[in-house]
Design a protein around this ligand. Structure first.
Ligand code: 5RP
Length: 217
């Protein structure tokens, strides 16, 4: 099976976590897109979905799935999203698609975060994937200097603007021994909106698409 087939397989396995009669939170990226495509078959059983990005909202609407504002939803039993890396503690790096801030907000509201990945995303230690950091544009150089002082090598994601009107620095070379501590440290740099470490609020369930089927932990 190629990587995209594994993504589709794991996305379809996540459909059983959707709670009938309840709004579902939906992530961003190619794995999440497979989930949206599968969700279309269940659309008459849910009031709608909360989207973590404009791209996801557009795809949901394309399938006739109502898109609800997070502020109008008083409970969200489940949020389903992909990841760029995930470790054995269900901590993740996310934001390869640049939607990290809205993803983190929806994840914060959800009772259960279901992470869906193909096996290539599993790592022993987070950090091989450059860590995305969303930054207020006028703070770009300031934040970059602080990231260098922490041992990272920030790279400006040229030509990319987040749904919130900000920019992304992708940080290479970070030695992520303590993801919770680093997530907090980075969020405390003035000008940082959010970073792509999801460790303070890790996933609750990780589904992994691999050759022999889908494993769960
Ligand atoms: C987007 C994300 C995605 O979940 C992550 O980049 C994984 O993407 P894909 O499913 O396309 O491999 O965090 O901001």
């Amino acid at each position: 099976m190629d990587q995209d087939a594994l993504k589709k397989q794991v996305a379809e396995a996540a459909l059983r976590y959707v709670v009938e009669g309840e709004v579902v939170g939906v992530g961003t990226g190619s794995t999440a897109n497979h989930f949206i495509d599968g969700l279309a078959a269940l659309k008459d059983r849910i009031p709608g979905a909360v989207a973590s990005s404009e791209a996801t909202a557009e795809r949901l609407r394309g399938h006739g799935i109502p898109v609800l504002e997070l502020n109008d939803v008083d409970r969200l039993p489940v949020y389903v999203d992909g990841a760029d890396e995930v470790n054995e503690h269900r901590e993740m790096i996310k934001g390869g698609g640049g939607a990290l801030t809205r993803e983190k907000i929806v994840a914060a509201v959800a009772r259960e975060f279901i992470c869906i990945v193909d096996a290539s995303k599993q790592v022993k230690r987070l950090g091989r994937f450059p860590l995305p950091v969303e930054v207020i544009p006028m703070a770009r150089s300031h934040v970059a200097r602080k990231l260098v002082a922490l041992g990272g090598r920030p790279e400006y994601r040229e030509g990319f603007v987040t749904d919130n009107g900000n920019l992304i620095l992708d940080v290479h070379n970070l030695d992520i021994l303590n993801p919770i501590e680093l997530e907090t440290t980075l969020n405390n740099i003035t000008g940082v909106v959010t970073n792509g470490l999801f460790a303070r609020r890790p996933a609750d369930v990780v589904l992994v698409g691999e050759g022999g089927g889908v494993s769960v932990y």
